[in-house]
Every structure is written in C-alpha cells, then in structure tokens.
Design a protein around this ligand. Structure first.
Ligand SMILES: Nc1ncnc2c1ncn2[C@@H]1O[C@H](COP(=O)(O)OP(=O)(O)OP(=O)(O)O)[C@@H](O)[C@H]1O
Ligand SMILES: [Mg+2]
Length: 472
C-alpha cells in the first residue's frame, strides 16, 4: 500500500535479547520488523508509523502489557496484537484474550520453531484481512468515492491510498504540483474517515506572516505582546482530537520547523507568554508542491521534521500525465458550474484540451471551464470559448511572458480584467524569478495581497518557469 507492501511487525519487550530473537525470526518470514523497549515507546511508534501486527511482552517497566493492549485496541483497532507470557501466567493470557488479543505464546520459546510458526500464522491472517480490505477499498474507490474524479491508474491509486488511510492517524505528506488536488485529498482523508466529526484545521504556511506563525499555531496569553488584548487559542489546540493540515509546509521558516517538531515529539503546546503546557492530540497532514526530499538534503528543510511528516506519502499526478481524465473531469465541472444546463464540449474543444499541458493542473481546467461557461450562452463550448493558448486558435504573443487575451467585441468583462491581472503578475513574477518581495514592490501591492493573488491565480514558481518556456 505504501512504497512497501510487506507486513509490518512491531516487537515490544524490555529485554533486548528477546527483541533481537523475535526480529530475526520475523525477518526470516519476510516481515518488516520494528522494535520498542516499552509500551509507551510502542504507542508513540504506532501513532507515527504503519504497523500491521504487534508482539508484546506482558511484564514491562512502565505501562503493563495489559494496559498497552487496551490502548492499542482503542486507538488502532485494526492492529493485531499477540502477547508473550512468562511461566504459569495463565490469568494474564486469559485477560489479554478478553481484551481482544490475537493469541498468546509462552516464553521462553522452546523450540524456536514454535515462535516461527506462531508469527507465520499471525502474518497469514493479517495478510488475508489486508487483502480483503484492499478488495473492498478497490470497489469503493471505483465507484468514485471522496468527490475526487478520475479513472486513470494514477488517481485510482491515490483513491485506494485514501481508503486505506482514512481511518488511521498516520501522518500523511501529500505532494504534487499546484492545482493537482492536494487539499481535496487532505479533506477526503479527514471527512471520509473516522475523524469526520472532529475539527479539521487547515494552516496555510505560505500566507502566514512569519512573525505571527508561532502565536497563530500555539496561541497566546493576554499581554504576551503589544496588541495581545486577550488570550487566544492557537490553531493546534483548535484542531485537538481532529486533524491539522499544514498546507505548503515547505514555506515554514526553519525556526518554526523546529518548534513544530518539538510539538510533534511532545504533543503539548505552550501558548506564547504562558507558563503552562496543554496536551493536544491531533492527526498531522501536510502538503507541499516543493521537492522536500531535495530540500532537506540541501538543508533548507529540517530532515527530522520531514521524516515525521512523511510517514506515508501520497503523490498526486499532474494532469498532463493523466490526460485520459480530462473528459470526465470536464463533464464533472460543467455539471457543477452550470447545473441542469447540459453544457458540453465540442469534439474539437475536447481535442484541444487533451493536447494542452495544463501547468495549473485541475484548478486551471476548472477555471478554464468557468470562464467558458461565463463567455457563452450556447450549450456547446467551442475551441474559441477556451482561453487563448488552448487549441488551434492559439496566437503566439509577440511580447515576452504569457499572452494577455484580447477581449472579444471590445467589451471588457470581469473575467478579462482578471486575465489581464493574472498575466501581469505572472510576467513580473517570472522577471524577478519568483522573488515575492521584489514582485510585490514592482507591482505596488503588499506582500499579503501578492500572496493572495498568487494563490488565487494559481501562480507558482515551478509552473511559471514551464509556462514561460512553453510560450517562448
Ligand atoms: N481529481 C479531482 N476531482 C475533482 N476535483 C478536483 C480534482 N483535483 C482537483 N480538483 C479541484 O481542483 C481545485 C484545486 O484543488 P486543490 O486546491 O486541492 O489543489 P492543490 O494541489 O491544493 O493546489 P495548490 O498547490 O495550488 O494549493 C479544487 O477546486 C479541487 O476541488
Ligand atoms: Mg492547496
């Protein structure tokens, strides 16, 4: 299901020799083996990693095996737990079974083959359950759940991942170019899953003013700084028991990355200006259109934070790599934009759209159809209703940068003005090679306004470089 579809076993025991022994046997069965030396450490791992089955000791320092089992069954009901019991502890074995343990095995393991057989049987059961779930999820996703449209292999894979992950609390990093549906996926993971009636809080890391991020996330006390007239709860606390979604997480300043990492480790927030920490339990999701893998290697993104966010990654295909979805997506949007009007695309319009590269992906497609629906009152959308740049009617611009569409019939519409604004911002933005501060000054608008407009028009440095070169 993730990069690796092998069964993952977590071994919990405070004795290193036992852990090593179990690891060796587990690995010989082809399982991915993880280890923890206490129930507490194991619970933390379960929150952060994908685990299918657990083998745990019953007598450990810290929380007992029974308590540990109870926690796992409550917060990760899909994880199978088997227990290891010492000599003559029949009662604990019985208690564990009552709490929903898969089975128990006596320690010491003699002969070792018993353990091998035990783990193999358990892994077989887990595999069977997983395969069944996979089939169920496959049929669920094929009937187009989640409001995410597409029948290409790329999207079907994404839908299966969503089905698989929606009822877990595993951190998910969603990557993909601008407009590919990252936020849509994050929302589907939350609202179609077991946290659906809990809060979903999206934090747009790209538009938060750097100096205010900490107080936004962690909250603040009255008088913590000038202007803090009363105390305010932070976004993390607002998301308690639900999901917090860090959109454009690559934009977080390094200093904030460190603070976020500490929060992920301690699961506590301390509002700015307060001495008290508050426990917060949230599922983490993040999205990025940057290559964080390269960034952490370069040192511009914290490696430890990257690994905490990227427990499972969902990478969204760009639209030009799944052109077969263009007709079905278009039909979906036309229906939504002009309900009941039965608007369709002409054969040539579809052809033109299939040939176009869609640097702005699904959002650009949606915008393009919105514009077409606004420009025509006909039932059939023709190539000429599509923005210049799409289709045979494309006229290459003489000037540098993206072309500004010429209004038809001398009448300037709101959408035309927007096109002009968009093209202007794009041109300036590519001239300054994505330097947002400089672009803002050249355009005479504030940084915040620029951020808003960049977002609105779906302008990103990567997409720009491509569209600029395509127009040369
Ligand atoms: N597969 C899809 N089916 C239906 N609608 C989609 C799909 N993918 C994206 N969309 C729509 O496209 C628009 C852009 O999606 P979204 O905001 O999730 O993209 P994003 O990857 O977060 O973009 P950005 O990086 O610009 O923030 C939204 O209106 C969304 O509903
Ligand atoms: Mg987004």
């Amino acid at each position: 299901m993730t990069q690796d579809s092998r069964i993952r076993l977590l071994i919990v025991d405070d004795e290193q020799t036992i852990r090593r022994l179990c690891m060796t046997v587990g690995e010989s069965l082809g399982l991915v083996c993880l280890e923890a030396e206490s129930g507490e450490a194991a619970l933390a791992m379960l929150d952060e990693q994908l685990v299918h089955m657990v083998l745990t000791d019953m007598v450990m320092a810290g929380i007992s095996g029974v308590e540990f089992l109870g926690h796992v069954k409550r917060s990760h009901p899909r994880v199978e737990v088997a227990v290891m019991t010492g000599h003559g502890s029949v009662e604990t074995a019985v208690q564990a079974m009552k709490l929903g343990a898969y089975d128990y095995i006596g320690k010491p393991f003699s002969p070792l083959d018993d353990l091998r057989l035990f783990l193999r049987r358990m892994a077989d059961k887990v595999r069977l359950v997983e395969e069944n779930l996979y089939l169920r999820e496959k049929s669920e996703t094929e009937s187009s759940l989640h409001g995410i449209i597409g029948s290409s292999a790329g999207i079907q894979h994404v839908l299966r991942l969503i089905s698989r992950l929606k009822d877990t609390r595993t951190p998910v990093l969603i990557s993909g170019e601008s407009g590919t549906g990252k936020e849509l996926v994050a929302r589907a993971l939350h609202f179609r899953g077991s946290l659906a009636n809990r809060p979903f809080v999206a934090v747009d890391c790209g538009s938060l003013v750097p100096t205010l991020i900490e107080s936004e996330l962690f909250g603040y006390e009255k008088g913590a700084f000038t202007g803090a007239l009363r105390s305010k709860q932070g976004l993390l606390q607002s998301a308690d028991s639900g999901t917090i979604f860090f959109d454009e997480v690559g934009e977080l300043p390094l200093e904030m990355q460190a603070k976020l990492l500490r929060f992920l480790q301690e699961k506590e927030v301390r509002p700015v200006g307060s001495n008290h920490k508050v426990k917060v339990d949230v599922r983490i999701m993040a999205a990025t259109n940057r290559d964080l893998d390269a960034e952490y290697k370069r040192g511009t993104f914290r490696k430890d934070l990257y690994f905490r966010l990227n427990v499972v990654s969902i990478s969204l295909p760009c639209l030009r790599d799944r052109r077969s979805d263009i007709p079905i997506l278009s039909a979906f949007f036309l229906d939504r934009l002009a309900p009941g009007r039965g608007v369709v695309l002409s054969g040539n319009a579809i052809k033109a759209m299939m040939a176009y590269d869609w640097p702005g992906n699904v959002r650009e497609l949606e915008n393009c159809l919105e514009r077409a629906v606004a420009l025509t009152d006909q039932r059939v959308i023709e190539v000429c209703d599509l923005p210049p740049g799409i289709g045979e009617a494309e006229v290459q611009s003489e000037t540098h940068g993206p072309s500004v569409p010429v209004p038809v019939g001398g009448e300037l519409r709101a959408t035309d003005l927007e096109d002009i604004e968009r093209a202007t911002i794009q041109r300036v933005f590519s001239q300054v090679k994505g330097d947002k501060a400089l672009a803002g000054r050249m355009l005479g608008i504030s940084r915040a306004t620029l951020y808003r407009k960049l977002k609105r028009y779906n302008i990103a440095a990567g997409a720009l470089a491509r569209s600029a070169s395509a127009l040369q």
